[in-house]
Design a protein. Structure first.
Length: 219
């Protein structure tokens, strides 16, 4: 039953007779609307017109307030507004910084959001695209149990991007929220222990993206 359909309840039901279903889901049959209303009141419940286009319309005795709440709860559980969170990278980084940024990306995926991983190149860095491809391969392997590659690495101008999508949405909590929980331990991925020429992962907010960056220079 779509929530966009406004159901008639109790005295709002003007058509008589109606085909009645009681609160125990038993088909009573065709009865006058006044009698159906009396039966609903005797049970301490509501008479709800479930199928107004039928002739006679189908009505059911139920707790209408509880019915609306359950519909709303189901809708919230089914719906997750997926967002795209960006993690920005740069060639060269320290292992600790890399782990912090990858942990942030993992959190986004666990919450059911897609992650856009972008590596930006400046100056001569654009000649080291192989570093970006290798980095993206390692990240994809590291998150293999949690996400899939929704968009493979693609070079656009001075940046290369890859999109990861969660393989499943988070389990809903009571009240339609999403499961928060604690982040599971990172699997032993292929990220090397030494930074070598690796990426400098930039935060989603961009606060540390510009801090201390050298000016662009062309050889």
């Amino acid at each position: 039953m779509s929530q966009n359909i406004r159901l008639r309840v109790n005295e709002q039901i003007r058509i008589s007779p109606v085909r009645l279903i009681d609160h125990e889901k038993n088909m009573i049959g065709v009865v006058p609307t006044d009698e159906a209303l009396r039966m609903a009141r005797d049970a301490g419940l509501d008479l709800v017109e479930m199928s107004p286009n039928e002739r006679p319309p189908v009505c059911k005795i139920m707790d209408y307030g509880k019915h609306k709440y359950q519909l709303s709860k189901k809708s919230k559980q089914k719906h997750h507004e997926q967002k795209i969170k960006e993690v920005r990278l740069r060639p060269k980084t320290e292992e600790h910084d890399l782990e912090v940024k990858l942990k942030r990306a993992r959190t986004f995926l666990e919450h059911g959001d897609r992650v856009l991983i972008t590596m930006l190149f400046k100056g001569r860095e654009r000649f080291h695209q192989d570093i970006a491809y290798q980095t993206f391969r390692e990240i994809a392997q590291d998150f293999a149990e949690l996400a899939k590659v929704d968009q493979p690495p693609r070079l656009l101008g001075k940046k290369m991007s890859m999109v990861l999508a969660p393989t499943k949405l988070p389990a809903p909590q009571k009240g339609g929220g999403t499961s928060k929980g604690t982040s599971p331990k990172r699997p032993s991925g292929d990220v090397p222990s030494k930074p070598s020429p690796r990426q400098e992962v930039r935060s989603e907010s961009g606060d540390d993206d510009r801090k201390g960056e050298p000016a662009t220079s062309e050889a």
